[in-house]
Design a protein around this ligand. Structure first.
Ligand SMILES: Nc1nc2c(ncn2[C@@H]2O[C@H](COP(=O)(O)OP(=O)(O)O)[C@@H](O)[C@H]2O)c(=O)[nH]1
Ligand SMILES: [Mg+2]
Length: 194
């Protein structure tokens, strides 16, 4: 199994923690609890030979120094914004520039959250422009209704598999064979006792 680290970044209250819960198959809390520094959750995808470790980074500026040290070590950064909040898209540009200054040079995916309560006007176009500027995929989701989450998971898995040449898991026949050998060993052992 191949382990990859993924950081979830963005302005406060854009839905980073809710998204992290969705991606790791937990039900998001409806009450808002501010993340202090960094939170960690992981998920094993046996079919894909992958273990994904998500670092849910606090959006609050007070924790910036801590979050930078994590960003430098991850394989993918998920840049999250709230499609109804211009400030949250603007914040992503600032974050991206700061990460570049600390020599971050990883992969990224831009995510517009809260698609379930899309308003007019909204800032999806600004999100798409930002994603194009940094040459990243752009995906719309709702951590609440789960819309787009499968699409996002597929994008994360495909990005990792393509960029890091992750081999497929051992075929089932090989696993069965291993169980079989173990059984034979048991029988042999029993025979020798007799
Ligand atoms: N309607 C709606 N609410 C959401 C969505 N994602 C998160 N929220 C709510 O927005 C608030 C902030 O979410 P949270 O995940 O804590 O944001 P964080 O500060 O970025 O980690 C919480 O009350 C969530 O229930 C979404 O996709 N749709
Ligand atoms: Mg949070």
């Amino acid at each position: 199994m191949f382990t990859f680290k993924i950081a979830i970044c963005g302005f406060t209250s854009v839905g980073k923690t809710s998204l992290c819960n969705r991606l790791t198959n937990r039900t998001p809390d409806t009450d808002y609890v501010s993340t202090i520094g960094v939170d960690y959750k992981s998920e094993c995808l046996e079919n894909h030979n992958l273990k994904l470790c998500y670092w849910d980074l606090a959006g609050d500026c007070r924790f910036e120094a801590i979050t930078y040290s994590y960003v430098k070590k991850v394989h993918i950064v998920l840049f999250v914004y709230d499609i109804n909040d211009y400030q949250s898209v603007y914040r992503l540009k600032t974050l991206y520039n700061t990460y570049k200054k600390i020599n971050w040079d990883g992969l990224s995916i831009v995510i517009g959250n809260m698609i379930d309560k899309k308003k007019t006007p909204n800032f999806i176009n600004e999100g798409i422009v930002f994603a194009n500027d940094i040459k990243s995929p752009h995906i719309l989701v709702s951590a609440k209704s789960e819309e787009g989450i499968l699409n996002l998971k597929t994008c994360i898995i495909n990005t990792l598999k393509t960029e890091f040449n992750v081999p497929p898991p051992a075929p089932q026949a090989y696993k069965d064979q291993r169980v079989c050998c173990f059984d034979i060993f048991n029988i042999t052992h029993t025979c020798s006792v007799l």
